[in-house]
Ligand binder design. Structure first.
Ligand code: SF4
Ligand code: SF4
Ligand code: SF4
Length: 336
């Protein structure tokens, strides 16, 4: 079902008018080129320079999101989180509240089978977050388009960062909670391992540490924080945290950075702008024009992740090709 976002962010509109409106295209893409592959007739040199121009630099990301001097407001009632708020770049100046979201363009995702590699998004998250063995915080499913007509598509699934999250409602000790910026976090130092939240999540996006997590020494040496979930603790739940610390630092999440096809956009619903690291979109018009939907939205969970329907056709994938099912196995980084 089509569910465009209607955001009337004044700051976002002003920013868009000032920075980007000259380049607005009808499909909501603001800057950079379409993700489609360059024409074969173009020379390698030209492709390379175009690619360079299309990359969104950290400076440009900061500019577009107005993050220079903007910091982040987080849950002040939680000791760990107020420490984050104090780390803002403003030195005490006014702070803008972000509403982080994601847009996953399924027209470009081929599950990385075209590269003959495991999904790059999943692997980037695992490697960067020292994700314990067996967990895939972003998991790429191969799914049937239609039981009658056949055909398949690949479906990267993060925690949907629900605005009405069933997982937080059932936690008996308040260990999992929503932050004002949107991401649903888990305080593993408070989690008692009852797994009620896992049962409540309709997206199956929570994972349990049954044994001692197999992590490298650098993960075990980290100072614990719910935004990094490091180090991991036995008998606690973990999941995708949407990398809010990356957004605040002017970076996109590791899974966005790792995707070779620009499938995943990360942005701010307040500013109405998102980027996949190559191009920038005006979220509301991009969703409306491309028939966006939210997964299982009939449940009333109000996910912050939007999907553009497709089967990898923009990446040259044939939805009816059985060879596309051969997904490479992931390898988790070994611990000590
Ligand atoms: S989202 Fe990108 S990295 Fe992930 S499977 Fe699809 S094409 Fe590969
Ligand atoms: S997807 Fe599941 S774990 Fe994530 S916020 Fe929604 S209910 Fe909670
Ligand atoms: S947003 Fe961050 S935590 Fe979530 S899957 Fe991507 S890299 Fe992993």
């Amino acid at each position: 079902m089509v569910q465009p976002v209607q955001i009337e962010g004044v700051a976002g509109k002003l920013l868009l008018e000032r920075v980007c409106m000259d380049n607005v295209k009808t499909d909501g893409v603001l800057a950079g080129e379409s993700s489609k592959e360059p024409q074969a007739s173009q020379g390698a040199e030209r492709q390379s320079s175009k690619k360079d121009r299309n990359l969104i630099t950290r400076r440009r990301f900061l500019c577009l999101f107005g993050l220079a001097g903007a910091g982040a407001a987080v849950a002040s009632h939680l000791p760990n989180m107020s420490a984050v708020a104090a780390d803002g770049e403003t030195g005490g100046g006014p702070r803008r509240l972000r509403r982080w979201c994601m847009v996953v363009d399924l027209r470009r995702c081929d599950g990385c089978v075209g590269l003959n590699k495991p999904p790059r998004c999943t692997e980037a998250c695992i490697m960067s977050h020292y994700v314990p063995d067996g967990m895939e915080w972003v998991q790429v499913y191969r799914t049937e388009i239609n039981a009658h007509s056949g055909g398949t598509y690949f479906f990267p699934l993060h925690c949907q960062q629900c605005e009405n999250p069933p997982c937080t409602n059932v936690c008996p000790v308040g260990a999992t909670f929503a932050t004002p910026e949107g991401p649903i976090l888990i305080d593993q130092q408070r989690c008692i391992g009852c797994r009620m939240c896992m049962a409540a999540c309709p997206y199956d996006r929570r994972f349990f540490n049954w044994g001692e997590p197999n992590q490298p020494p650098q993960a075990k040496a980290m100072a614990y924080h719910p935004e990094t979930q490091q180090p991991a603790y036995k008998g606690t739940v973990m999941k995708c945290d949407m990398c809010p610390e990356r957004g605040r630092a002017g970076e996109v999440p590791y899974c966005v950075e790792g995707c070779p096809r620009g499938v995943i956009y990360y942005g701010d619903l307040e500013e109405d702008i998102a980027t996949n690291g190559r191009e920038i979109i005006k979220i509301s018009s991009y969703l409306a024009r491309n028939h966006a939907y939210r997964y299982k939205e009939h449940l009333g969970t109000q996910p912050r992740v939007y999907f553009i329907p497709g089967y990898g056709e923009d990446a040259g994938r044939n939805a009816y090709d059985p060879r596309d099912s051969r997904r490479k196995e992931l390898q988790w980084p070994r611990g000590t």
